[in-house]
Design a protein around this ligand. Structure first.
Ligand SMILES: *Cc1c(COP(=O)(O)O)cnc(C)c1O
Length: 399
């Protein structure tokens, strides 16, 4: 792991004095982010809306958005209006769509900050229209059609009145119509073809009523990787942009490089004698004398407690000196222990929790499998207590 060229803590709760000194850190490789954006673009050949919700999947909302903007991304997508406002305040100027469902009282905030609104029902269309008219400023909207996710959006089979009202709206500028795929991370799922068919059938209503066709977007990372028919006029990759596959069944149809690594350092070494249990609950003890090191990260940072060792031999692993070693006993709030057996390790040796060390590698996908979850949850779970260090790009301006 190369030394960080720069460091900045983009979290909303900065911890004074820890930036640059805490041995535990998330390394964000902006060169790999650029590589993935370029690869996705070349693959799909349509504009890209980069999804940066949830602190850019744990990579740091503002630095990632700034970097993507500098690389010419067409549009950004976030989940909540607050994320969009944060980006605007940080000087990000590209179009930003807020993907989530909204409450009527939030509409004014969107318009004031030039954020594009997901309109997911006829009622909400009316509410946004009323707010826009009162403000004397048009709202830019994307209509949400539900083609099988059963989350937000008007069912495709009853979307005609919705489409007609949006097409006729005076105070809403209808920029796009979109839907979300439920199963695209699995290339064999028949659900995607069904959703695409429903979506295109709903969109056909614009032609039927002689209204101009807005942009149509449908593909998340799974769609980008597996289903070219879903690319349409724009794609919305999230996890693939960060170099991680959405699902074990996903195909690596684009050369993607992991953007995030999670590293720490050994802060303690001891020999644990045979039979003496390690950590809370005394759930694990070595059969013979062994060497155990302590790593200063825990579930208080979002490193899952589910990576504690279990009686059936499952649990997390880390890399030290290019070799895999198991976590032993329970993961604590701020630290955990690793059995290095007969190997040696010194204080301040690098510990890789996500990423490469020598020839060894633990991806976010593998860590997720070990923890019984998905890589999304692992990455977004790493919280603001862990400083982010940015390498491979111009230094993101500190906030
Ligand atoms: C989160 C999200 C995406 C990105 O999903 P990935 O699986 O990370 O690519 C795309 N569209 C919508 C509506 C989302 O909520």
């Amino acid at each position: 792991m190369q030394a960080p060229e720069s460091s900045a803590n983009p979290s909303d709760v900065p911890v004074p004095g820890t930036v640059g000194t805490r041995p535990t850190r998330v390394m964000v490789d902006l060169a790999n982010l650029s590589h993935n954006l370029a690869g996705i673009r070349a693959h799909v050949g349509v504009p890209v809306m980069a999804i940066v919700k949830a602190n850019a999947y744990g990579h740091g909302l503002v630095p990632v958005a700034r970097h993507l903007q500098a690389r010419g991304v067409d549009q950004l997508g976030v989940a909540f209006v607050e994320e969009g406002v944060q980006l605007r305040r940080a000087g990000v100027t590209v179009p930003i769509l807020v993907l989530g469902g909204i409450c009527a009282r939030q509409a004014g905030q969107f318009i004031a900050h030039d954020l594009e609104i997901t309109v997911s029902s006829l009622d909400k269309l009316r509410q946004v229209e009323a707010t826009a008219e009162a403000m004397g400023r048009k709202a830019v909207i994307h209509l949400k059609i539900d083609t099988g996710m059963e989350r937000i959006g008007v069912h495709s089979y009853s979307s005609r009145a919705f489409i007609e009202a949006a097409a006729a709206s005076r105070w809403c500028e209808l920029k796009a119509v979109y839907s979300h795929l439920a199963c695209a991370d699995d290339p064999r799922s028949p659900m995607t073809a069904l959703q695409l068919e429903r979506f295109l059938e709903a969109c056909a209503h614009f032609e039927r009523i002689g209204a101009p066709m807005p942009l149509r977007h449908l593909a998340n990372s799974g769609g980008v990787l597996h289903f070219p028919q879903t690319w349409l006029d724009m794609v919305r990759p999230g996890i693939a942009l960060y170099g991680v596959l959405p699902d074990p069944a996903s195909r690596r149809s684009i050369d993607l490089r992991p953007v995030m690594s999670l590293v720490s350092q050994v802060v303690y070494f001891k020999v644990v004698r045979a039979g003496n249990p390690v950590s809370y609950g005394a759930t694990w003890a070595p059969a013979g004398d062994t060497r155990v090191v302590t790593v200063p990260i825990g579930y208080g940072d979002g490193y899952p407690r589910a990576l504690s060792s279990s009686a059936d031999g499952r649990g997390g692993q880390v890399l030290i000196r290019g070799r895999r070693h198991p976590i032993v006993g329970r993961v604590c709030m701020d630290q955990f222990m690793v059995d290095i057996g007969a190997d040696s390790a010194w204080n301040e040796d690098e510990v890789v929790l996500i990423g490469a060390q020598g020839d060894a590698f633990i991806g976010a996908e593998e860590l997720a499998r070990m923890a019984g979850t998905i890589p999304y949850e692992i990455m977004v779970g790493l919280n603001g207590r862990i400083p982010r260090h940015y390498v491979g790009g111009p230094e993101p301006q500190p906030r």
